[in-house]
Design a protein around this ligand. Structure first.
Ligand code: SF4
Ligand code: F3S
Ligand code: FES
Length: 233
């Protein structure tokens, strides 16, 4: 079948403003959008720029807007999106070139919530034990691959880039509800600040966009609840 792919193009070093370029190519319905981008770059236009690494939904580097929705190009098949495809960079972050955005502000938010295990107890001889029930409390949020599909689909983030965003909150949740961690109170304090969880108005775009199907809005709700009850301080 023939597929038409319209791609956002912008090189701030050369172009006065962004534009779209349309390419036609042969594809089968099990091709991934990433395959199409590779074909365009390899055979039609070597100047096209996009990020990718694993090509298997693990590294999180090829988040983009495909027909208006945030998705990973390597997990999106032609038969899911049709033969007329529009590809644009994710919103809310500066475009460096074409589909590549500046992820630095996203990772700054991520770092701000201390995404590592804090435990000052003496290191045990073996592992730090945890019951299956305690492990289950944060199982969902361990699945995050930091692709930014959630944060860059959130209207609260579009309105104010200082909002820490759902991805950072998901990472905070992963440690706040981990029984082995000792910094829940510190993280909740950070998330209780002006650009923390209260910027979330339960819009749900984040949950719909997550390629790992993490229940993000639910996780944010659990953190809001922990803050309001003071339970984990
Ligand atoms: Fe991506 Fe989901 Fe993690 Fe957000 S929570 S960064 S959408 S994997
Ligand atoms: Fe944004 Fe998700 Fe909340 S889209 S407003 S972080 S529920
Ligand atoms: Fe790694 Fe798509 S290229 S997630």
């Amino acid at each position: 079948m023939e597929v038409t792919i319209k791609i956002f193009r912008y090189n701030p070093e050369k172009d006065r403003k962004p534009s779209y370029k349309t390419y036609r190519l042969e594809a089968v319905d099990t091709d991934r959008v990433l395959d199409l981008l590779e074909k365009v770059k390899g055979y039609q236009d070597g100047t096209l720029s996009f990020r990718r690494s694993c090509a298997h939904g693990i590294c999180g580097s090829d988040a983009m807007r495909i027909n208006g929705l945030n998705r990973l190009a390597c997990k999106t098949l032609v038969h899911e999106v049709g033969t007329k495809i529009t590809v644009e960079p994710i919103l809310g972050l500066r475009v460096i070139k074409d589909l590549i955005v500046d992820m630095e502000p996203f990772f700054e938010h991520y770092k701000s919530i201390k995404p590592w295990l804090v435990n000052d107890d003496p290191v045990p001889e073996k592992e730090r034990y945890q019951s299956p029930e305690d492990r289950a409390l944060f199982d969902d949020t361990t699945k995050c691959i930091l692709c930014a599909c959630c944060t860059t689909s959130c209207p609260s983030f579009w309105a104010n880039e200082k909002y820490v965003g759902p991805a950072a909150i998901v990472s905070a949740h992963r440690f706040i509800f981990d029984s082995r961690d000792q910094a829940a109170g510190e993280r909740l304090k950070i998330l209780n600040e002006i650009f923390g969880v209260h910027r979330c108005h339960t819009i749900f775009n984040c949950t719909l966009a997550c390629p790992r199907e993490i229940q993000i809005t639910k996780a944010i709700g659990e953190i809001k609840m922990a803050i309001s009850t003071g339970k984990l301080d």
